[in-house]
Design a protein around this ligand. Sequence first.
Ligand SMILES: NC(=O)c1ccc[n+]([C@@H]2O[C@H](COP(=O)([O-])OP(=O)(O)OC[C@H]3O[C@@H](n4cnc5c(N)ncnc54)[C@H](OP(=O)(O)O)[C@@H]3O)[C@@H](O)[C@H]2O)c1
Length: 243
Amino acid sequence: MSASSSTSDRHIAVLGGSAGIGLATAQLFADRGATVTIGGRNRDRLEATVKELGGSARGIEVDAEDADALRTFFDEAGPISDLVVTVTRRGGAGPATELADADLAGAFLGKSVAHLRAVALALPTLAADGSITLVTAASAQAALPGTAGLAAVNGALEAAVAPLAAELAPRRVNAVSPGVVETGWWDDLPADTRHATLAQFASRTPVRRNGRPEDVAAAIAAVLENSFITGVVLPCDGGLRLT
Ligand SMILES: NC(=O)c1ccc[n+]([C@@H]2O[C@H](COP(=O)([O-])OP(=O)(O)OC[C@H]3O[C@@H](n4cnc5c(N)ncnc54)[C@H](OP(=O)(O)O)[C@@H]3O)[C@@H](O)[C@H]2O)c1
């Protein structure tokens, strides 16, 4: 398949498309008439999301940490024009004093390694002029105490964007780097801690609010649809990295 300038001609695979930023991205492209295939681990959530997306949307169960499962995902998805990867584990956050006992290797496996494997395994089915957009995190470019682990995981991925764009050309490779976005990613925190933490981030963010998944989906669409953008890490963080 050849990537077209028209979104309605595209087939976009969103790995991590059943919730949060990935779901908003899948919805944006489905609303613009693209064919969308989403991947996630939880079958019930996938099925519910596919119904919500409507049209020709498809869901394929996949654990992006498993290379064989990724191979099957891309085989079943068929020719795609664009790939968006949002998957992550929740690990990696916390103060430096706790990092010795944190599952840092798991955090890298669940994000940096999963994204790079997805890029590699998508290539046989990705259009020769297609695009790849990774979702990283503002922690990689900021100086927020308590995020050294997250910054390392996401910074590793952001560092890979330029060499991938050069190596895989004329396919395009970009990343979108979100600030704090109110999604299920924060659900592991007890409700009162979550509310307080999110309120604190909103007040320190220059635009005085946290992000919505739709904000990040719009940034993903901007780099994915513009065929003259490659090798770029686009912050979509309300300025959080500047604080
Ligand atoms: N939310 C924020 O404040 C924030 C800030 C900065 C960066 N980010 C980054 O943005 C990305 C998306 O986060 P989000 O907030 O949208 O998270 P989310 O709401 O928890 O959604 C994550 C999505 O990824 C899927 N997923 C996770 N691990 C997977 C795996 N191994 N294989 C397949 N699917 C997997 C989940 O479905 P299943 O669980 O069913 O698999 C779900 O569809 C992440 O990379 C995160 O680091 C988020």
